[in-house]
Design a binder for this molecule. Sequence first.
Ligand SMILES: Cc1ncc(C[n+]2csc(CCOP(=O)(O)OP(=O)(O)O)c2C)c(N)n1
Length: 442
Amino acid sequence: MTDKQRFRVENPGGGEARNAECSHGGQLRLHVPEAPHRPGDEPRFAKFSQQPGDLPCPRPLAAYQELHDHATGLVRVLDDEGTALGPWNPQLTADTVRQGLETMVRIRAYDTRMLSAQRQGRLSFCLESRGEEAVAVAAGMALLSDDLLFPSYRQQGLLLVRGLSPAEMACQCIGNSGDHCQGRQMPVHYSSKPANFVSISSPVGTQFPQAVGAAMAAAYRGERNIVASWLGEGTAAQGDFHYALNFASVYRPPVVLNVVNNQWAISTHCNMATGGKTFAARAEAYGVPGIRVDGNDFLAVHAVTSWAAERARQGGGPTLVELLTYRAGAHSSSDDPRRYRPNDEARLWPGGDPIERLIHHLTKIGEWSDQQQQDLVQRCEQEMLAAYKEAESHGTLADGSQAPPETIFDDVYHQLPPHLEQQRQELCEESLAEEGKSSWPQ
Ligand SMILES: Cc1ncc(C[n+]2csc(CCOP(=O)(O)OP(=O)(O)O)c2C)c(N)n1
């Protein structure tokens, strides 16, 4: 081809700009974002330019246009000195804030215990929420217990807020007889009907349209509960995000849609998931209010969730919330982040650590001490050790504990069709022949 031209691939992260061939005339351009830091680089994060008090707290039924600055800016309550300031301060009692701190420390201790069990070969897989505990715990505390939750796999803190026992959660990860799904779900795909916590699904993003649909149903039936859902910023590049926002924009159901922007989707940096300014700003295109909040500021997350929930309860419809945070742990127990990002990124994140920030705040107002913190950490570690031991009393990976094969048909159909009933019978006969080899309680 004689008219083949070369086009330029912009690479704002530095390094060699890549060239590619095209068969058109002229200089075409393709923008391929690079992560700002890779292993060996010195991370340079800009400090948050927004301060607590910079953004007003609008009335719950404000027009979405009134939240333009909230969608592009950052709602904060705790300043760098640990003082709670500004109109978004939720004015929580010291007891409530201490309860938030305790739940965040408990979930971190749970995650740590599960990772250690996985490393010892006692679990096949697990996934931490380290560094972003405030996202789930503060939101969970701001919502009502009837509100229906459609989380992603990193909001296990919601389960502790809703009173699930860590032993029950650990049984789910082991997939033993104490797991109400009887090992038929992947580890960390928790679900709990009493907690109104809908099962996590493996294909990321499906929960957003489901949550919008559930909120539409709640409004249609005249129920009182609202719905909340969470997904990661990487997942916000999926079609499901936009399907959900479109339905939310048309029917205005009572739903709080949260994008947890923790900077990384496994090894893919968040700048690969949006070419726009912020994730929250996408809401404006749908005529929905968008709010960007410091996700490591427990008080700000509580306040923004309360605001969005109140708007939904008053008939104002959906809100899109972007929680700016940092995934301090690995993506999962199968991931090694040292291969794609600098080791000290988490330490240098301008939003700090949510637990440290709340300790700082409580200490500053005279409601917490070093001794209380030490006691709390010790208590939580002991609790999680005991919970794990209790979970293992229902079966472990090592003892070959597995539900009998014929149970794959349980809880699937209200009435099993005849051909599957026949298959079940055949499996039962095989299981009988194997009797005595299984440690699963019959
Ligand atoms: C539809 C689909 N595509 C890909 C995957 C594989 N996968 C699992 S988690 C993940 C990264 C998601 O990142 P993000 O949405 O930012 O959430 P985070 O893990 O950071 O909380 C990917 C690609 C999947 N489970 N489902």
